[in-house]
Design a protein. Structure first.
Length: 419
């Protein structure tokens, strides 16, 4: 067993920063990120992801947490936890470059009996088949499973969720041997008040993670397909869901746009491995296809109801509500479609700061200025100001509520549309 645990967390994004902050109360922890801007902001107590409060971050920095972009500062660490992103390429194949790069960095720091843990989402087998060989390319000729050891603990961070935070959720762990399992059990038991579940092996833990989001993707795809059917029947899918959810075992998934860096990405990792095993991932890719088609379906429905060359206020650009993350946001596909139909689109999002997007200031908008507004991402900011925002519509204006968040407050004074 490692007596004094010195932990390095590599990658300080949505996953890594909350992890490093959580661990630093129990262990000497160093957070590493290749972005100098990100490190500089964190050292000032600023977290642009909004996952860690400024006061908490500053308190951690005053006590035990060290934040750096110099990998040499990690040389005395004996446990390395990689939390780098695992995106997809333009052809929807796994993009393992960030993962491979972090392995190259860790390989320069490895010592005997060090433990390397991965939290990044990968397909089953990647830790031992992709990461281990790169880590073994070290100048000390250290070998995986003999000189240093591997572990895998899939991340479960849900951006913007202040209930299922990293210190409360159940964590899955796995290790190359019993020693690694014991070390990880101790570490994660101190991190969370939730349960720590020991998976049978690393491949099982990897598989458990990648099917979590794939399952959600498939369920959402089914409801998106139902939403299309309801649209043709001229009934509300939300009214249908309310009726169906009275059954005790009904799963109340909701329709909508599936973007971001998890649900819209992870199924491709599972599909990739499936294809390598010569198993046709029909259900997985069918769900992806359905969800990828939703922005166009929604944009077409909106265009059909708009007058020619309408002036539209588009509310919400991030991939989900109450987060500043624009990655893989499907809002831009709707915006692009409507612009191509010659509509004038004005953009707003309280979480986004960008000169390139030319966002409007709500306080400067005059009443009755727009033919329609589209609530694409129902940030609490909008829901709390809906009576104020409604004034921007012309008397015959249309309110497009994509996720049906204000359906209970439909106003007879203007047209309302949702999925």
């Amino acid at each position: 067993m490692i007596k004094e645990k010195k932990i390095a967390v590599l990658g300080l994004g949505y996953v890594g920063l909350p992890l490093a902050v959580g661990l630093c109360s129990s262990y000497k922890t160093i957070g590493f990120d290749i972005s100098l801007d990100r490190v500089s902001q964190l050292l000032k107590g600023i977290d642009k992801t909004l996952e860690v409060k400024e006061t908490k971050l500053k308190n951690c920095l005053k006590r035990k947490l060290i934040v750096t972009n110099n990998f040499k500062d990690l040389k005395n660490c004996n446990i390395f936890i990689a939390t780098v992103p695992t995106p997809i390429t333009e052809s929807c194949e796994p993009d393992l470059k960030p993962l491979k790069d972090v392995c190259k960095t860790i390989s320069k720091l490895l010592k005997k009996r060090d433990i390397v843990v991965f939290e990044s989402t990968v397909y089953p087998g990647a830790t031992e088949e992709i990461c281990a060989p790169i880590l073994e390319k070290n100048d000390k000729n250290l070998k995986s499973g003999k000189d240093f050891f591997l572990g895998y603990s899939p991340e479960r961070v849900n951006p913007g969720d202040k209930i299922h935070t990293i210190d409360k959720i159940d964590k899955v762990i796995s290790g190359q041997n019993k020693m690694v399992e014991k070390v990880l059990f101790e570490i994660y038991s101190r991190l969370t008040k939730g349960k720590v579940f020991l998976a049978k092996n690393i491949k099982v833990a990897e598989a458990s993670k990648v099917i979590e989001n794939s399952q959600r993707d498939i369920n959402i795809a089914f409801i998106n397909e139902v939403a299309k059917i309801c649209n043709k029947l001229n009934i509300s899918v939300y009214d249908v869901l309310n009726a169906s959810s009275t059954k005790w075992n009904f799963l109340k998934f909701k329709p909508g746009l599936v973007g971001g860096h998890c649900i819209g990405v992870d199924p491709y990792y599972l599909a990739h491995k499936s294809s390598k095993l010569k198993i046709d991932p029909k259900v997985i890719l069918s769900g992806r296809k359905t969800n990828n088609e939703m922005p166009t379906f929604i944009a077409k429905r909106i265009d059909e109801k708009l007058k020619r060359k309408s002036k539209v206020l588009f509310l919400g650009l991030t991939f989900k509500e109450d987060v500043p993350d624009l990655r893989n946001s499907k809002s831009f596909e709707i915006i692009s479609f409507l612009k191509n139909k010659q509509h004038t689109i004005k953009l707003h999002d309280p979480y986004v700061k960008s000169d390139n997007l030319q966002l409007v200031n709500l306080k400067k908008i005059k009443n009755n200025s727009f033919d329609a507004f589209i609530l694409a991402v129902p940030h609490k900011f909008y829901l709390q100001r809906m009576d104020f925002i409604k004034n921007f519509l012309k008397s015959d204006g249309i309110f497009f509520d994509i996720k049906g968040k204000v359906s209970a407050k439909r106003d007879k004074n203007f047209n309302y549309w949702s999925l």
